[in-house]
Write a protein that binds this ligand. Structure first.
Ligand code: 6PG
Length: 250
């Protein structure tokens, strides 16, 4: 059974999620290295980012953000000021409230007319930021992921051509998803991470969370089940409402 931590509600999920991220940042500081994190989009992470900003700005001196390099796990093909932008959500909730050097915020250029070109540009930016040699994979310190109600993670959605990507760091599937084209990290990148933190909140996720964690519909039925870091940890941080079906025997 993967590491599942059940917390009371969305507020506690925000507290615990923020603490997990802060722990990674502080560990990087102690080890004198960068902290490279890929943020999740959607609704659930907003509370975590707001809590993180509150912790980070309260005693700003106590938290050294200078080592943080922020990336995104995925983005909708919309401008950065769009209400649908994962970048905009993170900037409002966190990045506008803590001191992270601007050149360490690696936004996906999703406003470009060609999402494929945006994916190529983002892939180049990741390679540069991680100082990768050809053939090397980036190893994020932490990848944050939500869980879609169809079992998707990032924009790796059921039936997507990106599910099978083996050489690309970043993909821009031709299929739209819920009204927009998407740009997404691929599984080889996610599965190189040192840590993956799932954030799952609310009763609407209870059925899919059970199906993913219990394998009710098979071991690889849902994209989320392909998250298996080779040399990394996975923590499922879920609130009680989302975990409601985990402990039942029906
Ligand atoms: C996105 C996210 C997506 C999200 C899940 C869960 O761009 O929408 O990256 O993968 O994490 O859909 O979203 P909620 O947290 O809003 O339920």
């Amino acid at each position: 059974m993967p590491d599942v931590r059940i917390v009371a509600d969305a507020a506690e999920l925000a507290n615990v999620g923020a603490a997990e991220i802060l722990d990674g940042l502080k560990r990087a500081g102690r080890e004198n290295r960068p902290f490279r994190v890929a943020l999740a989009g959607g609704r659930t992470p907003r509370g975590v980012y707001e809590r993180l900003a509150a912790l980070g700005s309260a005693g700003t001196a106590s938290i050294d953000w200078s080592r943080a390099h922020v990336f995104w796990g995925d983005e909708r093909a919309v401008p950065p000021d769009s209400p649908d932008s994962n970048y905009r959500m993170a900037r409002e909730a966190l990045l506008s409230r803590v001191l992270i050097p601007e050149d360490q915020v690696h936004r996906i250029p999703a406003e470009r007319p060609d999402p494929g070109a945006a994916a190529d540009a983002y892939e180049r930016e990741i390679r540069e930021a991680f100082h990768l040699s050809p053939g090397e994979w980036p190893r994020f310190d932490l990848v944050l992921l939500g869980l879609g109600d169809d079992g998707h993670v990032a924009s790796l959605v059921p039936g997507s051509s990106a599910l099978e990507a083996r050489r690309r760091l970043v993909a821009a599937p031709a299929q739209e998803y819920r009204g927009t084209r998407r740009i997404t990290l691929t599984f080889p990148v996610i599965n190189q991470a040192a840590g993956v933190l799932f954030l799952v909140s609310g009763g609407a996720k209870a059925a899919i969370l059970r199906a993913v964690l219990r394998g009710d519909d098979g071991p690889d039925r849902y994209p989320a089940q392909r998250v298996r870091p080779e040399r990394g940890s996975v923590l499922w941080l879920v609130d009680r409402a989302a975990a409601a079906r985990l402990l039942t025997h029906d």
